[in-house]
Design a binder for this molecule. Sequence first.
Ligand SMILES: Cc1ncc(C[n+]2csc(CCOP(=O)(O)OP(=O)(O)O)c2C)c(N)n1
Length: 570
Amino acid sequence: MSAPAAPPNPRPAGHVLVEALIAQGVHTCFGVPGESYLAVLDGFHEHRDRIRFIACRQEGGAAFMAEAQGKLSGRPGICFVTRGPGATNASIGVHTAFQDSTPMIVFVGQVASDQRDREAFQELDYRQFFGPGTLGMAKWVGEVHDADRLPEYVARAFHTAMQGRPGPVVLVLPEDMLTTPTGAPVLPRIEPVVAWPAPGGLRDLRTMLLAAQRPIVIAGGFGWDAGAAAALQRFAENWQLPVACGWRFQDTFDNRHPLYAGDVGIGINPRLAARVRDADLVIAVGVRLGEMTTGGYTLLQAPRPAQKLVHIHAGAEELGRVYAADLLLQASMACAARALETLAPPPAVAWAAHAAAARTDYEANLVAPAIEPLDLAVVVKTLQRLLPESTVFTSGAGNYSGWLHRYCRHPGLQHHGRTQLAPTSGAMGYGLPAAVAAALLHPERTVVNLAGDGDFLMTGQELATATGHGAKRLLSIVVDNGSYGTIRMHQEREYPGRVSGSDLYNPDFAAYARAFGWQGEFLDHTPDFEPALRRFMEAGVPTLLHLKLDTDVSTTRTTLSAIRAAAQRA
Ligand SMILES: Cc1ncc(C[n+]2csc(CCOP(=O)(O)OP(=O)(O)O)c2C)c(N)n1
């Protein structure tokens, strides 16, 4: 019998934490340093040949970068922040990871144990602040008091972040715990536990499909991999099912595929909305049936939809959360999709014409009404024509993102992984940090961030993080309409002509970018866009294009003046 392995030499717990991250396959962490976790920073120095710490300019940006890392990799994105102010700044990213079901771990430095509960400098009760729950911020908040147990906490953090409905975990690290020497071992790499759908449920689903006349699939959410996406496509092909994607999960299904029907979210194609409403069977695979993916709970009437509803989701707590569905199946996407593709279809289906019509509607919706002098539809189409198919597109919140949603055609997860990074939490400021993260994690890929003028300056300082860490194929397009345009739209609808708090003063964004070592250009006419894009492609340096858009251009479908006139008539 071999002797048990000797415990590793005692080293500070801060080093053990870094070793544990390396063992989980982490090679990049995002954060803002703090004196509360110097022992961890020293651990990063110790292991600098295997893991890097990317210092960001604000914890909100760092948390968004880690969230994007989670979306891109399928494993927890890692963020380090200091106590009080660092943690509160990071909270926007924690909330986004929760709403988007993204695995993420935020490590927070904490005051020393002998100072606890005195409201010591920057002390905060993280269990209260990040309040774990089902409507909350974090899935779990843990505080490590014993250096010897650090590996146990880290392992639980990885499991919790990835399993069921994935989400953010906050792990709190008292300063004195991090400096305590420990011989704690490093635990093996964790893979999420997978769940197969129950065979009886699958038989029921097949029976429901055989009885349907106008079925539709809505796919999205977290937990897909290339194999699962390919299996979903085969299921759709076997049964000739029209497939829509959930809001901001447009890359789940190949948008060029003849069965793709569009995305169900803000600014939905009205014909697709009608089709979902009129379906007799909706099969929701992986998506949460949240407000945005259900048209404010109207496409599917809550709590009892008119359509028959099948909901397949990895998190038991999501099943039956709002809707009294006809069939609930708990399963990981990798298993669900593989099980679905084994369902034997009939020789012919009743809805072939319905699926073809859904596709025709989608394609008709790609035809853009021309907008002068700057047309964002042409901008998006030019990006897709000239840039590689694997390009990652990021955005935050704002009406400008509607042009991406409507005109950007994602190749599907099985081809290039995720190509859409956008917060279903609707958090402004997400797009630039997400793009920086994507560019640093995947230097071989081109990354495009489309941002509003309001959206961009919430995290604009992260241009420095991109430059400082050598990002190259990174393009940020700032749509300057001099307004928090989305809010102005709502104002014109509810309080026509009474503009309040939604006008913006803007800097020269191109000059701002140049100050950070980026290339920057201004343009306000459509024909100038393609040459500017080509200059970016040739230069191989991060570039910002400042696009001036008439404030009146509100959405892909209407203008502020039309909205105001309609409201005044009402
Ligand atoms: C962090 C955050 N703050 C506020 C909001 C509310 N909000 C939603 S869209 C929007 C305006 C976005 O303006 P801009 O980025 O300029 O885009 P536009 O709507 O003009 O296209 C605001 C303030 C939000 N979603 N997120």
